[in-house]
Write a protein that binds this ligand. Structure first.
Ligand SMILES: C[S@@+](CC[C@H](N)C(=O)[O-])C[C@H]1O[C@@H](n2cnc3c(N)ncnc32)[C@H](O)[C@@H]1O
Length: 308
């Protein structure tokens, strides 16, 4: 296994995830780095694993084959997990892991157009078997909608100007590739080769094409109720907006295990069945960040459902 697939904050997440024998959910299998370590370290763990990316799922299936019937893998988005879990018997979860965002595999595959640094079709889907590529969707979006997407999901400056240029070119079929998009960004906003600007634009479009916010909301709506008493939810977010959503979703339900001075309005409800295991967000060490660039913006949080 090359360093590129190194799971982020592995020991830190597994130490919180393991709560004893039972069924664990990995909603974001990817290359199954976390899942493999969980199953290898804890022979009494069983796993329900999902990923929306069929390529990742295939790799995870091969990698986890050694664990036989302790593992059940499904091609599923977050929004589909409630039905998948119910169909599998609905056993309350001992723990759930959500490692958001992209895998190195997805970023490094030029065929997906996820990286502005690589030449490829402007697709941007995590699952190329469903929906439409970004290049097609951009031909149908309105200038106003796209400006809002660029602004809210990418903090793009000059969002309106750029949206106008993108919509015009996409409608004429002139935005088939990552390079064409970069050139449009340069033309619309002036200057050349601004990596940060490209990154913001690609991120916004990727989050939109994959409905990442809607997916996360669907997951956070369901997951807390699927976890058994004493069970945990462990999350890894790479984007401050997602980290905030996670905190907010569990805030009303969370009572921190460490006393904190909070404004009254933020004091969690005393009746909450959830407690935070990470009063402070957990970040990778400088050493891990140096060894694994994907770890750089990672923020780990963990929440436990109190025993009845
Ligand atoms: C950061 S990678 C996970 C890496 C994994 N923990 C490992 O150790 O190899 C995130 C994975 O989550 C998947 N994913 C992201 N959003 C998803 C969603 N809404 N539904 C299902 N899978 C999703 C991606 O396809 C990707 O494979």
């Amino acid at each position: 296994v090359s360093l590129r697939h190194e799971p982020v904050l592995l020991d830190e997440s597994l130490a919180r995830l393991w709560t004893g024998p039972g069924l664990y959910l990995d909603a974001t299998l990817g290359y199954a780095g976390h899942a493999h370590a969980l199953l290898a370290r804890h022979p009494e763990a069983r796993l329900l694993g999902g990923d929306r990316d069929p390529v990742a799922l295939g790799l995870a299936r091969t990698r986890l084959a050694e664990f036989g019937d302790r593992v059940m893998l499904v091609h599923a988005t977050f929004a589909e997990l409630p039905a998948v879990h119910a169909a599998s018997g609905g056993e309350p979860l001992a723990g759930a892991l959500v490692d958001l965002g992209l895998s190195s595999m997805q970023i490094d595959d030029p065929g997906r157009g996820m990286s502005f640094m690589q030449e490829g079709p402007l697709d941007l889907r995590m699952d190329a078997t469903r929906g439409e590529p970004a290049s097609t969707r951009l031909a149908h979006v309105t200038e106003e909608e796209l400006a809002e997407i660029l602004r809210t999901l990418g903090d793009v400056r000059g969002a309106r100007r750029l949206a106008r240029a993108i919509v015009n070119e996409a409608a004429r079929g002139m935005l088939p590739t990552t390079r064409a998009l970069r050139e449009t960004v340069d033309r619309a906003l002036g200057g050349r080769s601004h990596p940060r600007r490209y990154a913001q634009v690609f991120q916004a479009l990727r989050m939109w094409v994959n409905d990442e916010a809607g997916q996360l909301d669907a997951l956070l709506e369901w997951l807390p109720d699927a976890v058994r008493a004493g069970g945990v939810v462990v999350t890894l977010a790479y984007h401050s907006g997602e980290d905030r959503r996670i905190k907010q979703a569990l805030r009303g339900r969370v009572v921190s295990d460490v006393p904190r001075r909070l404004p009254v309005a933020e004091t969690p409800r005393a009746s909450s069945p959830w407690e935070s295991l990470t009063a402070r967000v957990v970040r990778p060490t400088a050493k891990e960040e140096a060894a694994n660039p994907r770890a750089r913006s990672a923020r780990l949080r963990a929440f436990r459902r109190k025993s009845a």
